[in-house]
Design a protein around this ligand. Sequence first.
Ligand code: ADP
Ligand code: MG
Length: 584
Amino acid sequence: MIAGIDLGTTNSLIGVYESGFPTLLADPDGNRLTPSVVHYMADGSILVGREARRMQGLHPDRTISSVKRLIGGRFGDKGTEGLIGAKGSPVTLPIDGKKLTPEEVSSEILKRLKTIAEDRLGTQVNRAVITVPAYFNDAQRAATKKAGELAGFTVERILSEPTAAALAYGLDKLSDRSKVAVYDLGGGTFDLSILQLDNGVFEVLSTHGETRLGGDDLDEAIAELLARKAGIDSFTPGTDARLKEAAREAKERLSTEESLTLRLPFLTGGKSLEIPITRAEMEMVCEPIIRRTRAHCLRSLEDAGLNATDLDQIILVGGSTRMPLVRRLVQEIFGREPNLSQHPDEAVALGAILQGAILEGNLRNIALLDVTPLSLGIETFGGLMNVIIPRNTTIPAKAGEMFTNAVAGQSGMTITILQGEREMAADNWKLGSLDIPFPPSPKGAARVGVQFSLDADGILQVLARDTAAGTEKIMEIRSAVEVSDEAVEAMLAGSLEHAFEDMDARIFTEARLKAEEMLPAVEAALAQLGSELPGDEIAEIHKQTTEVTSALQAKETTRLKQALSTLDQATQTLATRLMERAMG
Ligand code: ADP
Ligand code: MG
């Protein structure tokens, strides 16, 4: 089993591909997000995640957060300010006089994720796909891989975060050369990547961002606002940490609530505080920070040589994009609504899981899980829809049927390929048609086999063969499965709405076909054998044929069916005589 891991600056996640679905795994408390924080206790034990984050305020010197900023880095790089070391030498972090590398610290987070997964699954999880930002260089990717190995994983692939997110949003199903913008605003970093789909693989066209721009900056600005509102002006480090914690809570809740009151017991000098705050107030202080993302978006577009209108989709990644303000700004920057179909803070991990499944060869399962959104069939006599592959069949799928000619002397047949749920061919969508010729034959003598095969990519191949002559025609239809959800919904709604009329139309058509077959047959039989039948029987047959004819003209389904059944009975003797004659 290959696990997918989002090793984030702020939060990390792990999941696996399980019975056909990418599944994120939660710790025993039900949390799928593990804070990327590691705390080294004096006794040598190590805390990771929420417990470590709780220790941060008390023991900042023993707690490491945002280690991702340092991974694969050297002294003098951004983020190493305040650390000691010779310029250009690899970064190490001193804890209790021991020097730890960022890979070692990261590996503690990965070990924790591994334990979460193994506890949940009850089996070992030894292989992983780990994501990194698109802008990570080779050294940073190699260091991430090393961290994975230190945690006991075989790292099967290092995957770019925007690519993972695009996979999770299902964008690999877009048409070739589609262009996607991935707007990722997490806890401490922002990046905007533009991807292009090239033969089913995402290529990063450009990426820009800031490694010091994210939710942490918002928390800081909101904490200042809270302090102002509460009239606090002298800070202790403890107060500062608690205010930031309160700011984060307020920020996250204000993504869905309009206003709230924060209660901070014993914040300063035994004083408890209650601070009311509204979303509008919060947005005032956050907007200038979030506006900074605009320039990066524009630069990424420019580097990719694109206009915003060239983009096929804009997707949101990172917990901070849950903020309504961020969504509004993204819409303003790109002039269109972002795709909101996935949880932004889980998308990268989901994509990593999917990539793992692809590497395992399990993606066949994904293909198998794909189903036909609508029924596929052909038009038959009387303009009816004859379903060959029903709606919701898992693909790949193959099915066929044998057809014959309805009319004597017919030379050839047109196979009209249809998609939809309506009973009458004309109400469904026509996907194509092909002509299959055969020598003029008596009614019902021709044999044309029609086979539909739908492959895992959703490509429909229709084969029609005249079995006598062996002539065959093949047609390929690529659009059979890629139908928009709206269109499918409209078709299904239509089929429900018209279910009764449709059924009536089908029953009438079937009755009509039967009548059209029976009337001339009865007439022919009467001409041949009428003299042998008693007069009242002949009169009854005539009465019923007239009734069938007028029911047909009046298009009355029930009456027609009734008349046909009476005619059937009235012609019993006639039919038997005819049979005897034929047998000699
Ligand atoms: P990273 O990629 O940096 O590891 P995440 O994508 O998990 O981070 O994002 C974490 C950030 O998202 C934090 O700053 C957190 O406060 C913020 N966040 C999470 N949920 C919400 C929410 N509902 N509203 C606003 N911000 C949120
Ligand atoms: Mg992230």
